[in-house]
Design a binder for this molecule. Sequence first.
Ligand code: UDP
Length: 314
Amino acid sequence: MKVLITGAAGFIGSHLVGKFLQEGWEVVGLDNLLTGRIENLQDYFSSSSFVFIKYDVTNFLYVKGELDLILHFACPASPVHYLRHPIHTMKVDSLGTLHALGLAKEKGARFVLASSSEVYGDPLEIPQKETYNGNVSPIGPRSVYDEAKRFSEALTMAYFRQHGVDVRIARIFNTYGPRMDPDDGRVIPTFIKQALLGQPLTVFGDGTQTRSFCYIDDMVEGIYSLSTEDGISGEVFNLGNPQEWKIIDVAKLVRELTDSDSPIEFRPLPQDDPRRRRPDIEKARRLLGWSPVYSLEEGLKEALPWFKERVLRP
Ligand code: UDP
């Protein structure tokens, strides 16, 4: 079996390369390295089942030979990154998705879209079920990501309805773990780095806004099940950990687990920062038999040695 993974050098993409190789698949990884990092793939270059191609999927996309599965995971995912690259973010989740879906149709391959909890925007329904249509600003700063993911979902469903492509959509909630860029601005790598360096932990707003954090190994298992399960074509699934955390409590937990004396410093809340986010994962439990096993504390303990090596190395 052969899978094409776009965004293969990214945080989640690179872990998926590892999982599919481990399960005996041939893997073709694509990445333009805009926010992905080649070092994320260093464990896999020795495998004869892995091919990496530096390529931007907003250009016409074609690979030779048969393909069974396409995972479209290319896209800047951190608010800092997508606000720095707003137009490219919109291109990769419009042109890029179109090209990846076109290739899936051509090859008769199954297609999995990496969508996001951001399709719910600043949600008015807690927890968010897949049936909730969201509360998204079409013109706010985050719209470049939110609306692009919503467009990608619509395009994916159009290929399902018009061409019968076997598609699945994963709405991925906040995920963390090794290989996350310590400088990408997302809350967990930022707090860990600040705590390890004895710098103030920068809590935006009053820290009462919430997120629900899923450890990468759990997420990879969820995406693998969603990719390989039969009989779920055209379905959308929330994937994430339903344990909801206030950001201020995440700061305190990171400080405790790193034995850090860093103070907490409050900064202005970015525009349109969602107030609460928590997935309802009953559908994934029921149809995929999947649910996360790591608590935030357990996942952070797993991830800390990797961050220590990156952040503290001379
Ligand atoms: N956040 C924070 N300090 C930081 C970075 C982020 O308090 O240094 C907050 C941010 O305002 C948001 C939450 O942490 O409420 C999660 O932010 P992140 O950028 O990780 O991802 P998001 O879920 O907003 O896409």
